[in-house]
Each structure stands twice: as C-alpha cells, then as structure tokens.
Design a protein around this ligand. Structure first.
Ligand code: AMP
Ligand code: MG
Length: 405
C-alpha cells in the first residue's frame, strides 16, 4: 500500500499537459500560457507625463519661486504641438507625450496660477515626474514565461501589448461516473434506502472550480454490464473519475471492469483516512481515479489526488497546495498507522493561524466538511495532538476568520 505522498507521486508521474489551443484574452483567465510572451514594443511607447501639471526645463527652476510663460497645452491623448522654450512651460496632463525641450514635469499642486504664466513654488529636479519610453518593459523583453497562470495582471500586460488571442494549455474534459444501486438522481423524490447522487455534482463543481470541464455520465448500476457501458464512454474523456464501488464488497465492480477495459491499476488503497480505498490506473496515458463513495471521502480524495493531477494536465507548474502551520485549538486523538485528514475551521489571530476541529470527523458526516476551511494532515505514526501544538494544514478555499488581537 503506498503512503499518501507515494500515491500522489505515482499519479503526478503519469499525467502530462494535454496540449495547446488559442483563446480570446478574457477566456485565458485562470489558464496557463503555453508560449513565452516577448514585448513587441517598448512600454511606455513614448516619454510621457506622470502628473497633471507643467512641462518645464529644470534649469529654469533652479531658484524658486519662478514665473514661466505658459505657451501651450497637451491633454491626455493629445499631440505635441510645440517645444518648451527657455523661460516657458506647457500645461500637460497625465499620460500626455512630453514635448521637446522639456526635462521635468511640475505637478499642478506645486504651482500657482499667474494668468498667462505659472509660478513654480518648489525646486525642480531634472527627469522628475516623467515616465520614460521603455522604462516598464523594453521591446524584446520576456514579459510572461510559458507555464505562467494567467491572472488579472497577466491579462493587463497581454492587453497592453495588443494580444487579443493567446495560446493556452487545454482544459481537461473530465468524465464523472457514479456507481451504486442505491443512487437516485437529483430531482427524484427522496426514498428511505435511496441516496441522491450528490457526488456527481460535488465532483463536477470541484472540476469546474479549477477550470476543467466536467462531463457527468450518470449512474452505473451494481453490475458489470452497466459499469462497462458507462466506463467505455468515460474513457473517451481526458480523465475519468468514478465514485463508490471501489472497496472489497461483492457488489463493488469498479476495479474489475476497469481492468477488463484495459486500465492498468497502479495502486489500490492508500495509507490515509478518509479515502483509504482510493484506486488509480491509466489507459493509453489517460488517468482513471476511482474514489470512495462517501461524499466526504470523495471530496477529500479529489482535493488530495485528482486536483493536482488535473492542474498538471492543464499545464500548471504549482499543483500542490503548500502546507501552512496552524496552532491546534483542542486535543485530537487518532489511531496509529494512517495519515488522517482532519476537517478544521481556521481563524487568524496575532499573525498566526488557529485550527479548530470543525466537529464530528466520521466519514459519514457531511456537515463538518461544510464547516471546514482547511484540511489538517496528521502524520501516520502519531496518536495524540495537544492543544497549542502546530499542525500542517492546507486551505480549501475562501477567507479565514480574523479574531480580535
Ligand atoms: P460504496 O463505496 O459503494 O460502498 O459507497 C459508500 C457509500 O457512499 C454509500 O453507502 C453511499 O452512502 C455513499 N455514496 C456512494 N455513491 C454516492 C453518490 N454518488 N452520491 C452520494 N453518496 C454516495
Ligand atoms: Mg456501492
């Protein structure tokens, strides 16, 4: 049985980026850029004013206050229509091109209106308040290396360089298959003994959340024929996720039918709780994740195993969430032998994270998953954790509550 880290490495070693497509700039948000982006021109493209004020010659303002004749006006987006002659100034707006002769801009706040003249009150340094051509980026500079995830700042840079269409790594199409005779679909009336197929929705949501595309296949019933039919469909996608039917029960057909369809199993069962029965296999380079059926186990194993793999397939370089240290706020006991994923609520106080158990950690309890901000990863060999002890957690999503210091 692999350890948690071993299982994750086995998965990550087997998946690779899917390929490249070109999309409109805004659709590139959250995607990974597939090629280096080199600046096609200088930014800014010309020297321009950083302030609303007056374009001057610094030498004229060596001794202040000084009065300069105002001989022109250049608004933002306007054109230069004269040069700054000695003893003169041109009124200029932020972003407007710097006229010849000018080597400094005086902000309007440091001047007084003198009718046809302007009185400069403060001393002026050469080059002040001018944004010089190419000072941000020079033509030919590498501005975004291939492999970078596109966020609003990357969108800004790409837009500034006129990139309306960008090459990005493909999104993964992820087939989602639920298994079990007890399942009914969302919309059907509740019946004792039946369970609504919520895993299909939580998995689809998790897939969507990371920018991949879910394909919900519905329910395979607890017989090999039904599994086969759905799995053949699922293996056409970039990845297949199944839920339930992966334990050792006599009605658990997931592994058996996957094997029959040519999926080679790389592991079954991992040294973790919840999520122990998880299996992983590949067929023709396509990953197949067989997750346990309990909704909490399904979500936790998606988070720990499937999410990093799908991110890697979509070209991301950073696929594993970093651990942060959090101070445990109550005693926790566990059995030795397995890593435990503890659902915790987080708060922040005095610059430290505090971790509170979100409640009943039984695999069958869904509500404590909703109350969890993070998963604490408790080492296999340990059995008890004292309040005040630091544990490794990784944040699931959302913002953390701030406590008064
Ligand atoms: P199994 O691994 O097949 O024994 O399933 C374990 C438990 O997970 C079942 O008893 C159900 O309560 C639950 N379960 C299985 N599939 C789903 C599903 N698609 N949605 C919600 N709960 C499920
Ligand atoms: Mg079952």
């Amino acid at each position: 049985m692999p350890t948690f880290e071993e299982a994750r490495s086995i998965i990550l070693d087997r998946v690779a980026p899917l390929g490249v497509e070109r999309v409109g700039l805004l659709d590139a948000l959250g995607r990974v850029i597939a090629e280096d982006v080199v600046a096609p021109w200088d930014m800014p493209l010309c020297d321009n004013s950083a302030m609303d004020g007056f374009a001057v010659r610094a030498a004229d303002c060596a001794a202040t206050p000084v009065s300069l004749n105002v001989t022109g006006y250049i608004p933002a987006g306007g054109e230069v229509n004269g040069s700054v002659e000695p003893g003169c100034a041109i009124r200029i707006m932020t972003g407007a091109p710097i006229p010849p002769g000018c080597d400094a801009v005086v902000p309007v706040e440091e001047t007084e209106d003198g009718g046809a003249a302007v009185i400069v009150r403060e001393p002026v340094k050469p080059r002040q308040h001018i944004r010089f051509r190419g000072e941000d980026v020079a033509a030919g500079d590498l501005v975004i290396p291939a492999g970078t995830m596109i966020r609003p700042p990357e969108i800004s840079m790409l837009a500034s360089f006129g990139k309306a269409v960008v090459p990005v790594q493909r999104r993964a199409q992820v087939a989602i298959l639920s298994t079990g005779d007890e399942l009914i679909e969302l919309g059907e009336p509740p019946v004792p003994g039946k369970i609504i197929n919520s895993n299909a929705l939580s998995l689809a949501a998790s897939v969507k959340e990371i920018g991949a595309v879910p394909l919900i296949l519905g329910i395979a019933r607890d017989n090999p024929e039904s599994h086969r039919e759905k799995m053949i469909e699922g293996l056409k996608a970039d990845a297949l996720i199944t839920s339930a039917g992966v334990s050792a029960g006599d009605r658990d057909f997931v592994r058996e039918v996957l094997a029959e369809l040519g999926v080679s199993q790389l592991f079954w069962r991992v040294d973790i709780k919840p999520g122990g029965p998880t299996a992983f296999g590949v067929k023709d380079g396509k990953p197949v994740f067989s997750l346990p059926g309990n909704p909490v186990s399904t979500m936790v194993t998606f988070e720990e195993f499937v999410r990093p793999a799908l991110l890697k397939m979509m070209g991301h370089r950073r696929v594993i969430k970093p651990f942060i240290r959090a101070v445990l706020q109550g005693e926790v006991r566990k059995k030795p032998g397995k890593i435990n994923f503890l659902r915790v609520r987080l708060a922040s106080a005095d610059g430290r994270y505090l971790a509170y158990s979100s409640g009943d950690q039984n695999t069958g309890i869904l509500k404590t998953m909703l109350l969890a901000d993070a998963i604490a990863v408790l080492p296999a060999d340990r059995t008890s954790f004292a309040p005040g002890e630091e544990v490794d957690v990784h944040i699931l999503s959302g913002n953390v509550e701030m406590l008064e210091g």
